[in-house]
Design a protein around this ligand. Structure first.
Ligand SMILES: *Cc1c(COP(=O)(O)O)cnc(C)c1O
Length: 326
């Protein structure tokens, strides 16, 4: 009993549902990046989204589409941080209870922010996949509604509203760079853009340690990867035990996959700080990192980068600053 893949119409419906709950973030030109690359480079600043990442779009769309009985019982999810924060925020906005299962490896500032939103936090899994098992158990026990972090048509449609905003602001767009983990962001953004303008070239960017989606697409099935700590903590984690939507959608829409190293991610974060005075988390900086490292094979003339989040911890930022001055 599964729904169909979302359509462009679902993304427009999502926008109607969430427009007064999320920020229409700015798309700014990065003149320094344009100069370096010889293309026009634009940054879609979802680090400025409420909760500090794009995940509020999908979470809000999903929760606002639930039946009243489900809302009353409450929602549960597993998260590496930003999705949990988004679900907590959307749940609080609607006055319903939220439970968030995070792995013990989750960055502290994100756990603190989730607790601050008033959600209940479970910390019983050592890895992302174990935290998912914890969440599934609790969901069954208490009859809660699972808000999947990426593999859900309403989540994908919510993230897809970013694609609508980008093409409205930059109709000339020919290339999009999207951070890639579970693929909800890419599925939604690429669905919107390629349906409206099929010639757009879609580049997914993951970290080179444990890129679960890229490995799974290569293998044609879900591949389990080792979870290594990364500056791009929001990109760490597997696809889970099964996948109904994003593996197919990313395989269909992605034209090129780029992997970036920890040093390249750090360089992307530093670039955003120095040149744009924007604080990005590692996952939010991988698109900049890919361009700086000249790793995109077919960069176009009008390139947009989804800057997916800005929830970097203070210790991480201080390490970054220290590595610069040494
Ligand atoms: C969740 C997240 C991603 C990846 O999104 P997916 O839908 O899982 O591919 C990228 N960047 C940030 C900051 C995120 O929070």
């Amino acid at each position: 009993m599964h729904n169909q893949e979302p359509s462009l119409a679902d993304i427009y419906l999502a926008r109607r549902r969430i427009y007064n709950k999320v920020i229409r973030t700015p798309l700014i030109e990065s003149r320094p990046l344009s100069k370096l690359t010889g293309s026009e480079i634009y940054l879609k600043l979802e680090n400025l989204q409420t909760t500090g990442s794009f995940k509020l779009r999908g979470a809000t769309n999903k929760i606002m589409s639930l039946e009243p009985e489900a809302l009353e019982k409450g929602v549960i999810t597993v998260s590496s941080g930003n999705h949990g924060l988004a679900v907590s925020c959307a749940a609080r906005e609607l006055g319903i209870p939220a439970t968030i299962s995070v792995s013990t490896a989750t960055v502290e500032n994100k756990v603190a922010a989730i607790k601050n939103m008033g959600a209940e936090v479970l910390m019983d899994g050592g890895t992302y996949d174990e935290a998912a098992d914890v969440a599934n158990q609790k969901m069954n026990d208490l009859n809660l509604t699972m808000i999947h972090p990426f593999d859900d048509p309403d989540i994908i449609a919510g993230q897809g509203t970013i694609g609508l905003e980008i093409i409205e602001d930059l109709p000339e767009i020919d290339t999009i760079l999207v951070p890639l983990s579970g693929g909800g962001l890419m599925s939604g953004v690429a669905l919107a853009l390629k349906t409206i303008k099929p010639s757009i070239y879609v580049v997914g960017v993951s970290m080179d340690q444990g890129p679960a989606m890229v490995e799974s697409i290569k293998a044609g099935r879900i591949v389990e990867v080792d979870e290594q700590p990364s500056l791009a903590d929001a990109l760490v984690g597997g696809l889970g035990r099964e996948n109904h939507y994003t593996l197919n959608m990313v395989a269909k829409y992605m034209d090129e996959a780029v992997l970036v190293s920890e040093d390249e991610i750090a360089a992307g974060m530093v670039f955003a700080l120095e040149e744009h005075h924007q604080v990005l988390e590692g996952g939010g900086a991988v698109g900049i990192a890919a361009l700086l490292a000249k790793k995109v094979k077919h960069p176009g003339k009008h390139i947009a980068i989804v800057i997916s989040g800005g929830n970097a911890s203070m210790p991480t930022l201080m390490d970054l600053a220290r590595s610069l001055s040494s």
